[in-house]
Design a protein around this ligand. Sequence first.
Ligand code: LRH
Ligand code: MN
Length: 426
Amino acid sequence: MKINKENIESVNKKVAENHLNQFDFLANSLDQKNIDVDKLVSELSDFQVAIPSWALGAGGTRFGRFSFYGEPSSLEQKIEDVGVIHSLTQTAGAISLHIPWDVPEDYNAIKELAAENDLIFDAVNSNTFQDQKNAKESYKFGSLSNVNKPPREQAIAHNIEVVEIGKKLGSKSLTVWLADGSNFPGQNNFQTALKHTEDSLKEIYKNLPEDWKMFIEYKPYEPNFYSTVIQDWGTSFMLANACGEKAYTLVDLGHHLPNTNIEQIVSTLMLKGKLGGFHFNDSKYGDDDSTVGSVKPYSLFLIFNELVYGMRNNPQNPYPAWMIDASHNVKDPLEDLVQSLEAIQEAYAKALLVNQDELKQAQLNNDVVLAQELLQDAYRTDVRPLLAQARLARGGALNPIQAYRSLDVRRSLIEERGRHTVASGL
Ligand code: LRH
Ligand code: MN
């Protein structure tokens, strides 16, 4: 299934006039605030988010999984599906692979197919939270933190192998997330587990190419429900510093205990030059991996406000990696990912509307009311015409969900793949 320019133009024609009216109205009001609309539109269209290869089929929980038919059952089909999302949104120009769920058979063919779909390979993800068939050692009681050396060495070797796979694809970063932890008090010696983890990460770090980054992802709980070795940003930050300048902290929005001030964590990591990137999603309770911006859109806006400030004031922090990490229990995975991309772009656009200089002045004057007025004026601006214009500028759809449906993509995928294909992943 490929969506070509003609398909996009045919669906855009129906909504073009309405878009132009809305865009002109917004552009005029922003112009009056001396906001450079053309610069905004180009910043938005340059903002590319990586799609996780493990979130292109129906997700599920231990209570059940409901297929969505026409799911991709090969890496090739996954790349085609990300290609569909990118054709519609023009903001999904990368795919992030999870190993061993997505090991390429023919690297050149895979790279060619990605290029045909205007995609690059973002971070590669290792997996030491599941035992592979015929694996010599089990990760039941941990991987890089395991009390026994053989499983630690097996996990280190796996991460080094993942880097080798990434190098062949042109990826430039490795994401390490550990399920390692314990389910009961007394089960683990916390210090031993952390020391093993640090030493193991340093072994992996030694094998990182000069121009690569290592992202250390933290999570407070699940699948372990008493302790997790890399439980919070501070532990990840400490381990990244222990490894070296190529190691950074990765912030998965769903990996925080309720009411955690994530935007403050982001600002601290940027100040310290250790914010590597994001796994965007949303959640009401735990690591729900819901559609971005579907539960706490204001919190996402506040995070992007810190990112915009940090990207202008913290040259010590590299350009962050933008990735989605979500799973789809009831929505069409492709529509869900399109909605997430829209929410990310919306939060970024609203944050770009914040007058950072006036905000700084209000903060210096302890003018609390004005500070909130400046933030909420930006947040209350309907920026959707800007997002549509940014897509249009790159040949994308003015209304991606509408285009996806009027082009009947899911029915074509089911015709092509049948109703019983299952995507590897979560
Ligand atoms: C862990 C996590 C991690 C991935 C996995 C698919 O919850 O966020 O990023 O490896 O999901
Ligand atoms: Mn994640």
